[in-house]
Design a protein around this ligand. Structure first.
Ligand code: GTP
Ligand code: MG
Length: 197
């Protein structure tokens, strides 16, 4: 998809506030600080549309971005941020759960992992849950610019193996800095949108 227009719509804390236009939605999930917002900016060719931060846990709401008056990207709040209270963590879970199970226009989830670390326990929990809900899910391993070339093949194979219990995933290597994987991810997103229409 050629990005002609992209703008921030709104942040919501409960799904009743979600925009009602009915455009298809692609959600971006991942641990706090993994690079979700940077990846969205990279896809949309914008430097600062989605707020990025070096202090994790800044995005605590569902952030909607509208593309070409035809599609929404939803930046989900990052999980696994150590310094939040139990209460806040529960609120996060409720919000994500309500969104994933409640949105009738959600076409697929781009699940982001760190290419250097592979899927963490919380990533696995999220991915198993998406599989249980039968949500089409793409796995993207980001920050490959920080992954030494010599470790790359082994590291990606290890990630695939870890995810085997939840399905067979082609993990897409990505770097927001080098813009690696951008074309391939757009192709996959287009596929998710068109597949279900
Ligand atoms: P929360 O909104 O807090 O959940 O974080 P996020 O997942 O949106 O992460 P964000 O995009 O804000 O990025 C976190 C940090 O990682 C920032 O300092 C980014 O500059 C850095 N970062 C993101 N993507 C990449 C990448 O591909 N390569 C490198 N080297 N750094 C990246
Ligand atoms: Mg973010």
């Amino acid at each position: 998809m050629k990005v002609i227009s992209a703008h921030f719509v709104r942040s919501v804390v409960n799904i009743e506030q979600s925009p009602a236009e009915g455009y298809p939605e692609i959600a971006f999930a991942g641990r706090s600080n993994v690079g979700k917002s940077s990846l969205i900016n990279c896809l949309l060719n914008r430097k600062k549309l989605a707020l990025t931060s070096s202090s994790p846990g800044k995005t605590r709401m569902l952030n909607y971005y509208e593309i070409n008056n035809a599609l929404y990207f939803v930046d989900l709040p990052g999980y696994g941020f150590a310094k939040v209270s139990r209460k806040e963590r529960d609120r996060w879970k409720d919000l994500i759960e309500a969104y994933i199970t409640g949105s009738s226009t959600l076409r697929g989830v781009v699940q982001i992992i760190d290419s250097r670390i592979g899927p963490t326990d919380l990533d696995m929990e999220m991915i198993s849950w998406l599989a249980y809900l039968k949500k089409p899910t793409m796995i993207v391993a980001t920050k490959t610019d920080k992954l030494p070339k010599s470790k790359r093949v082994k590291q990606l194979a290890m990630s695939s193996r870890k995810l085997e219990p939840f399905g067979s995933f082609d993990i897409l290597p990505f770097s927001s800095v080098k813009r690696e994987g951008r074309k391939e991810l757009w192709k996959a997103i287009n596929h998710l949108i068109n597949e279900n229409t």
